[in-house]
Structure formats: C-alpha cells, structure tokens
Design a protein around this ligand. Structure first.
Ligand code: GCW
Length: 802
C-alpha cells in the first residue's frame, strides 16, 4: 500500500538524513516518555533559547469559576510556565490590566468590565475566537482575551505552544475559527465482549468511555483527553459509535455520561451522542419508530429533555440512518429529511444541533455498467435541499465512497446550496494502514479541502463551502468539520506516537482550513519531541487496493470487483478504471458542476483505460502501477533509517515503540509492492519495463531451501508470497541454504507470516552463529486488524541489520 506517488516527493531521503543544528539542550528528553502528554508536555527548554525573556510572575484570571475553562487556563499556564521556563507564576484574581509581569486571561466581557476599553481587534471576536498579545504593558505583559471562556482557554494554549517552541516573538493579534462545528466522533461501543467497550476501526485499545456494558467512572484519562482536544480547539465530542446501541441513552447510562460531560466542560468541549433511530421501539417499548408518529416524536422530545436536564450544554445528536443495516426513516417511506427534522425539533429549544450523516448507499449489481455507489449521496440528498430545519447539519464523508486512499471530493458538497454541511474525516487509519503504517493525513485532507467544485462556474473550493460560502453570496450559519478519532486505552492515545500528528493537525485545519501541513507538522514535532531540528496514493485515482470485503488492512485488489459493494475498479485483462462519464458511463462526473478535465491523479476514478494507455509522463498505466509501488516501498525503507538517527535524542521508550512500527511498515510496504505488482502483471500480461516484478535478485525463496520439519503450502491469495510458502507444525523445523555473497556487511530480512493465533519463535543463524531471534507477536504489539491466513494482512518481515 505504500505506493504513494507523493511520498517520494514529500520525503527526500537525502534532505532529511542530514542532521540539523541542535537548538537546545536535550535535558528532560532522556527520561522515558510514554506519549500520554501528547503535544502538551511542557518540557523544559534550554536557557540559551529562553535568552532574556522575562517569564510572567502572575497569572491573572478575570472570571474563573470552579471547573470553568478559565480556571483550566490558569492551571495550564501555571504548569506550562513552570515546566517550560522553570517559572513559578502565582494565580491571582486581582486585575493587573497592563502589567508587564502578568498574563491576564478572561472573556472580552470580563476584560471590558475590569480594564475598560478592549484592545482594538479584541472587540469583534466571533464565537470561540481570541485575542493574544505578548507585548502588553511595558512590552512584556501577556493579554489573552476570549470571545467566550472557551476562546480564552484556546488563547492560553496558544501562548503556551509558542513558548514551548521557544518562540518569544512580541505580537498581538485576534484569531477566529473558520467554522463553528469542530467535532470529534468516536466509534466506541457500549460493550462488545470483554470488560471494555471495543472501538470500531479502533487499533489503539478499547474504549475510554465504556466498560462492563456501562459507562466508566474513572475520568483521569478523559480529563487528559479533554485537555488535548481543547488545545487544538475542538469544541464538541460524540462519544459513541454511529452504529449506535440504544442502551447508551438509558437513564442509568445518561447519569454517568453527564459526569463525562462535566469533565469535558472544564475544557470547553461539549458532549454529543450518536442515536439509534429505532430506539423508541427497541428501548422505549413503542410499536413503531416512524418519525412522523406522535408517540415517537414525544418519546424523543422527552428523551432530549432528560438529556438537557443532566447536560445543559449538550452539543447534539449524530445519526447514521438507513445505512449499512441501520434503521431509519426510509423504513416507513418517510424522507431522510423527515428523520433529521424530528431530532432537530426536539433539540431546537435547547440550542442543540443534529449531525445527520450522508453516508447512505445500497448494495449494487456489479454487472450493471451504469450502477455507481459514488452517485449515492447526491441521489439520496440533493432533492432534500431546503427541506431541513436550520439546526440540521448534513455530515458528508470527504469522498463519494468511503475514506479511500484516493477519491475526488464528494460531489454532494456542490449540490446542497442552502443546507448546512460538515465534512467527515477519519483520523483512525481504517483503510490507510491502521496506525501500523505511518501516514500523515493532513496533505490528503488539504487536497480535498482545496478541491475546486466550480459551483455555478466560479472557483469554489470545498474549504470555502465548509466555511460558509455558497453561490450567490449565500452563507451557512452552522457547519464545519467532524473527524473519527480512535483514541483508546493505549497510553500513546492512538497506538502510534507519530499518528498523533493527525489528531493535532485535524484540530488546526478545522480552525483554519488554509493551514499548511508542513508548518503544522513542524509545530507538532517540536511540541512532541523537542526543539532539536533535525504517502500512499490510489494509483491514478483507483480509490483503494486494500481488502475491502475483509479487514481493510493488507493488499487485496481482487476484493474490489465482482461484488455488490460498489468500490469497483473494473480491472480486467485489457485495462482498469471506472467509466463515470456522462456520455458512456455511470454519469457520476455529471454530479460535479462543470468539471471539464480530469486531473491525472483521478483519471482511473472517472475513466476506464487500457493498461497500455500513455500518461502525460510518457509512462503507460501499468508501468505507473509498477513504478509507483517500487518508489513507495523504497521510500518506506528509509523510515526506520531516518528514525534511527534520533536514537539517544528522544527518550528510549517512544524511540523503541515507533522504531518497531517503522521496521514493520518497511517490511509490509514490500509485501504491498510485490502483491500489487504481481497481481496486475498476471492480469494484464504486460511485463515491467525494468524487469523487477517477479525477479528478486537478493531473495532466497523458502521453498527452494533445504527443509526439515517444514513443508510447502500455498499463500492465499498467492500474491501474498511467491505463491508457495513453507509451514512447520508444532514441532518446528529448519530451512537452510548455502549462500555465496562477497564478504561485506549486509542486512538480512526474513519474510514470514505473523498469524494471530499463535506466537511462533524463530532463530536465524549463519553457520553456527545466531544472528537474531524473534517471535511472531505483531498482534500483541500493534492493534491493527489481524489474520490467521497466509495472506497480505499477516505477511510481515523482520530485519537484522549489519
Ligand atoms: O467505512 C465504513 C466502516 C464502518 C463504519 C462505516 C460508517 C461505523 O467500515 O466500520 O461504521 O463506514 O462510516 O458508518
């Protein structure tokens, strides 16, 4: 899967290998770190970086009440100033409006009351916005003024982020969010076996919120999570799965959920819940869940009142209806708008919103050349424009299919002129390597946000639509961003330390969808690892090559076609790609206003092309597949080497944990490369111009070795290996070969299948010298999807260097 055309460009190994100047001492980094603090470590920085910066000695909290975001801002400032600068600042409530030695924090209202006129720029903040000045008073005082308490907390985190990065610039500015919906969604289950609720598409341990078929009472981790979310300006979180269990909203569970809401509230994060549309029937004992039925309407009205009694600032509902087996209004021949509006009316008196998902599609007939799952969202929703209550937000996955590695933006964004919309992104890497692979998502997100819909002939990128602009100068009052987070019980939150850059940059993009992926990554790196300076693509628009009918992890292109799921590539002996044109194909291209040319990175999304079709690069389609996979795998080989240059510079604990993943990923990228290249080579019959496919000079196939205790077996699919593999029974075995290489220093890598139903032990020796030993235990070290087959999911590699 690591066959990103982009990866080679993004990461030029020569450039990154060079060591950069060390800007600070690394004291404080040597201690083991488990990742729990994320990017909020407040690690000490070197005195040479601090220079003559005079740390504030007072933290003035203008309107802090117990458990309020302003009180949290005070606690963060205290911890941050002491951690980063070693400064012991005292919290006080006495206004020192302009004092050079103070950080003053409050809402605009409180600041006005205590200090008189607001600084210019702080006067017209929008909801959640803030003003930050690091040059108040005699030029050294810090003013943090929020439009509301949440904004003030964001300002405090921003100031701390600056100093933690050694940035003591004098500046004053106001910043406002581009969107007011900046939500996190969790796909956490109440209980799916075991003590802790599982997380659908999780990969970072069980749920933080649910345990023992109920709601957790220990909130320590939840509080830490709330801090992280507030620091990236997330303003609401939906804590349960959209495949919703009606039991979540039982009275008993709501009492406990209210306590979670209390914890999130101290950091300005509101709580929301996913609903099961059939709850009035399945949990409420009614005979129906028809959204136009009076008893159903009053059931939801009462339930909503019950929730607001416990959680007065409840954010709202998230609903997946009539999708993948979930109940919904279509069951009663009501429209999706009827369903959404029922919740909207119940929420309206309290100011809540209903996020109604546009992920609605049916199974399709593969033999019908006009059928196209990519058309579904527009087909289901376009005619509903204008029919939604004003507190409904239609939540639209970024692409027309399903979080694939390469999709155009969903055409629905350009088909709902007066409907509130939010984009749905995935922080969890369901189809993108499941956190076992390093994948920085912000460039993919930016590409979607920058996608120009050409709505009514004018330039109108998705980003502008989400921030409220519509053709004819119309705006939307609410809308923005939602992203599925798989934060779980693992200490590092997402399993992989480096995957945290995705959570971080998501928050930044939701606030400012123009933010630069490289700048965000650099900020995150400094905050996470200190001041020491030191991709995947679906080829040509094929949306994914992973196993879509199985666990969405390893390679398996044959799963794309010949089924009802509509994630088709229509690959055959002659060519590949979906004909989505209006003239001869499924008509999907017609859902986009005025797209006249197809960008080449989406060409197979919209067109079926012969394998030998020549691209603008002069390469054929098939040669592009080969080359992109070889380039991607080559790039992935550099990841562990790059990471190794950090040994001793960051703490050993995070160093080792991430190294393990990067070594694994480098191995799995070769599995991906060989699988995909073999598969399409066989299908197309066209040879690789560079003669690499099926021709591995350095490789010794296990089945050609001298075997004792091992016997031949077949990988399934065969492309997961050379076809044949060898397996040993419980008694084990030995495979040996004579090798004749020139004397020198080599790395030896062993490809093997790390199946999940056992932990085999291996030893690698040369003559009588043991080179290395390992266990087949990937499943207990990385929470990705596992497999017991000899397939692309379990195929792994271990490397012994030097
Ligand atoms: O991508 C698919 C996932 C499902 C998910 C569904 C959805 C929560 O495979 O696990 O269900 O999308 O977004 O509703």
């Amino acid at each position: 899967m690591l066959c990103q055309d982009l990866s080679a460009k993004l990461l030029d190994p020569k450039k990154v290998y060079k060591k950069r100047t060390i800007r600070s001492s690394l004291l404080g980094l040597v201690a083991a770190e488990d990742g729990l603090a994320g990017w909020l470590r407040y690690a000490p920085i070197d005195e040479s970086v601090i220079g003559d910066y005079a740390a504030p000695t007072n933290i003035v909290l203008l309107n802090a009440t117990d458990g309020s975001p302003i009180a949290s801002a005070g606690a963060e400032l205290e911890a941050g100033l002491s951690g980063v600068l070693g400064a012991a600042a005292k919290i006080s409530e006495e206004a020192a409006c302009d004092a050079a030695s103070s950080v003053i924090v409050g809402t605009a209202e409180a600041f006005g009351a205590a200090c008189g006129d607001l600084p210019e720029g702080a006067a017209d903040l929008v909801e959640d916005g803030f003003w930050l000045s690091t040059e108040a008073g005699e030029g050294a005082g810090v003013q943090i003024i929020g439009q509301n308490e949440r904004g003030a907390l964001y300002g405090a985190f921003e100031y701390l982020s600056m100093i933690a990065q050694g940035n003591f610039t004098k500046l004053s500015y106001a910043t406002n969010p581009a969107t007011n919906i900046r939500w996190i969604n969790h796909w956490d289950n109440l209980n799916a076996g075991g003590n802790h609720g599982s997380v659908e598409r999780g990969y970072a341990g069980p749920s933080l919120f649910f345990a023992n078929n109920g709601v957790v009472s220990d909130q320590a981790r939840i509080k830490e999570y709330a801090r992280l979310l507030a620091s990236i300006r997330i303003n609401a979180i939906v804590i349960n799965n959209v495949n919703a269990d009606a039991g979540v909203i039982s009275d008993r569970n709501l009492d406990a959920i209210a306590k979670i809401a209390d914890t999130f509230r101290t950091y300005g994060v509101r709580l929301g819940l996913s609903l099961n549309f059939a709850s009035p029937q399945s949990a409420g004992g009614l005979s129906t869940f028809d959204p136009l039925n009076d008893s159903v309407i009053s059931w939801w009205t009462r339930k909503t009142e019950d929730i607001y009694k416990r959680i007065p600032d409840f954010a709202g509902y998230l609903v997946k209806a009539n999708s993948e087996g979930q109940p919904g209004p279509l069951t009663y021949q009501r429209t999706l708008a009827d369903g959404a509006n029922m919740f909207a009316r119940a929420l309206k008196p309290f100011g809540g919103v209903i996020m109604f998902r546009a992920f609605v599609y049916n199974q399709l007939d593969y033999n019908n050349k006009k059928a196209d799952r990519a058309n579904a969202a527009v087909e289901f929703f376009k005619s509903l424009n204008g029919k939604f209550e004003d507190n409904v937000v239609v939540q639209i996955k970024y692409g027309p299919i399903d979080f694939q590695v390469r999709e155009p933006a969903s055409p629905l964004f350009a088909n709902l002129p007066t409907t509130n919309m939010a984009i749905e992104l995935q922080i969890t890497q369901e189809y993108l390597g499941q956190q076992a692979h390093l994948f920085y998502l912000a460039p993919l997100w930016r590409e979607i946000l920058d996608f120009d819909t050409r709505w009514e002939g004018e330039e109108l990128p998705v980003r502008d639509i989400l921030t409220g602009k519509r053709p004819g100068g119309k705006t939307q009052a609410i809308g923005g961003f939602a992203a599925v987070s798989n934060v779980g019980q693992e200490k590092s939150w997402l399993g992989s330390h480096l995957a945290m850059s995705n959570l971080y940059s998501y928050g930044r993009l939701a606030w400012n969808p123009w933010d630069d992926p490289v700048v965000m990554l650099e900020d995150w790196t400094r905050l996470t690892f200190g001041l020491d300076d030191q991709n995947y693509t679906g080829n040509l628009g094929v949306q994914t090559l992973t196993d879509i009918t199985g666990n969405h992890y390893g390679p398996n292109p044959s799963s794309q076609d010949n089924n009802g799921w509509g994630q088709w590539t229509r690959a055959d002996r002659n060519g590949i790609g979906m004909d989505r044109t209006v003239a001869t194909g499924t008509g999907n291209a017609g859902q986009y206003p005025r797209v006249e040319t197809t960008p080449e990175n989406l060409i197979l999304w919209f067109h079926h092309l012969p394998w030998t079709h020549e691209l603008s690069t002069g390469k054929t389609v098939i040669q592009h597949f080969y080359d992109a996979h070889y380039a991607g795998a080559e790039t992935a080989q550099t990841f562990p080497l790059l990471w190794r240059t950090l040994e001793g510079k960051i703490d050993d604990e995070r160093y080792e944990a991430q190294l393990y993943r990067l070594e694994y990923q480098a191995g799995h990228s070769v599995v991906w490369r060989d699988f995909i290249c073999r598969f399409y080579n066989k299908m197309s019959g066209v040879a690789d111009a560079l003669d690499r496919v099926n021709n591995h000079v350095w490789r010794i196939e296990a089945e050609s070795m001298t075997l004792s205790g091992y016997s031949r077996a077949n990988a399934n699919p065969g492309e997961a290996a050379s076809g044949s593999v060898v397996t040993a029974g419980g008694g084990g075995g030995t495979a040996s070969a004579q090798i004749a290489f020139d004397s020198g220093v080599y790395d030896i890598a062993v490809g093997y299948f790390d199946v999940s139903n056992g932990k085999a032990s291996w030893t690698l020796s040369i003559d009588d010298t043991v080179i290395g030993e390992w266990q087949g235990d990937v499943e207990s070290r990385i929470s990705k999807a596992t497999s017991n087959g000899l397939d692309g999911h379990s195929a792994a590699r271990v490397t012994f260097r030097g």
